[in-house]
Design a protein around this ligand. Structure first.
Ligand SMILES: [Cu+2]
Length: 175
């Protein structure tokens, strides 16, 4: 699986390199004798203005539509149906202590905390990251996940937290 992704990444880099080289060649091949400065700047400034306003409008529209998909707890909370199953997670160098190791399907709320330094709390299913939040001292970060697929899930620390960071993991099961 990871092999396929690496080949895909390699091919995309190769293709984009060729495309960028072609654009450079195209621009280079179209060079002309020097023109009157004013005729160039007028067109350039107009394009820049149109580009700015176009980009601004597109960004505002995308933000307005996209904000409802942002993973902020206040936004996700409004979509949660029923009472979520709550799991308390304490992170410390270099382990996770979870109040539950089996959770039901449906909405689960992880209350993620840390008692020493910053850690990451990343949930993986079959090697794919499906949700993540930070684990921070003195804060409780709520992470809502709607589990539809039963099976084993892995949790890995996603924030470098010390020498044994790379082995900081735990598992839980969705029933
Ligand atoms: Cu870590």
């Amino acid at each position: 699986m990871s092999h396929t992704i690496q080949i895909l990444v390699g091919v995309s880099i190769l293709v984009s390199t060729v495309v960028i080289a072609a654009i450079f060649w195209w621009v280079g091949s179209r060079t002309q004798p020097q023109q009157d400065y004013k005729s160039v700047t007028e067109r350039g400034y107009r394009l820049r203005r149109e580009y700015f306003w176009g980009l601004l409008i597109v960004s505002i529209l995308l933000f307005g539509v996209g904000i409802y998909s942002f993973p902020y707890p206040q936004i996700v909370e409004s979509r949660v149906t029923g009472k979520p199953f709550v799991v308390k997670v304490m992170s410390s160098q270099f382990m996770f202590d979870m109040s539950e190791t089996e959770v039901p399907r449906g909405w689960v709320r992880f209350d993620v905390m840390a008692n020493d330094v910053n850690h990451g709390f990343g949930i993986y299913k079959d090697g794919w990251l499906i949700a993540q939040t930070q684990a921070m001292p003195d804060y409780v970060n709520r992470l809502y996940v709607n589990f539809t697929e039963p099976g084993k899930y892995e949790v890995w620390c996603l924030e470098y937290c010390g020498l044994a960071h790379h082995i900081m993991m735990t598992e839980f099961e969705v029933k």
